[in-house]
Design a protein around this ligand. Structure first.
Ligand SMILES: [Ca+2]
Ligand SMILES: [Ca+2]
Length: 148
């Protein structure tokens, strides 16, 4: 079954609108496009990871809650990356709501996938020359664009 980013966005917004235990101000098209491309983790799985790690039932993720949630979703991150991500995806009160949480995980997933593809020997690090960096940026842009 093929589903477009716009359809997915409608569905996700409908689902979360009915829930009072999860706070969000709506999903961006960008996030939905990436989700359509990388549906390894289902939307419901993301919901349950979010709920499980919202220890104080506030409906949003605090910085320490996010850290555990990342681990749960299978991402072990060093502090620098973690702080950059939280800074980018949190609201001014330093909490992360549900759509930002999903957007953040989807981008991480995409980064990890690209990295694994380039790290053919599983060494855990990759070296890119200037041309490869350019090429991979283009690949990224094309794959996201193709989804529309
Ligand atoms: Ca939001
Ligand atoms: Ca919370």
């Amino acid at each position: 079954m093929e589903i477009s980013a716009a359809e997915l966005r409608t569905i996700m917004n409908k689902i979360v609108a009915k829930r009072t235990d999860i706070k969000t101000d709506g999903f961006s098209m960008d996030t939905c496009r990436i989700m359509v491309n990388l549906m390894d983790v289902s939307f419901l799985q993301l919901c349950s990871i979010y709920k499980k790690n919202d220890s104080d039932d506030s409906g949003t993720m605090s910085t320490p809650e996010m850290r555990v949630a990342f681990k749960d979703a299978g991402f072990t991150l060093n502090n620098t990356i973690y702080q950059q991500l939280v800074a980018r995806y949190s609201d001014p009160d330093m909490t992360v709501d549900f759509d930002n949480f999903v957007g953040c995980l989807m981008r991480l997933e995409m980064m990890f996938k690209i990295f694994k593809k380039l790290d053919a020997h599983d060494s855990g690090s990759i070296e890119l020359n200037f041309n490869q960096v350019r090429t991979n940026r283009d690949t990224l842009r094309v794959s996201v664009k193709n989804l529309v």
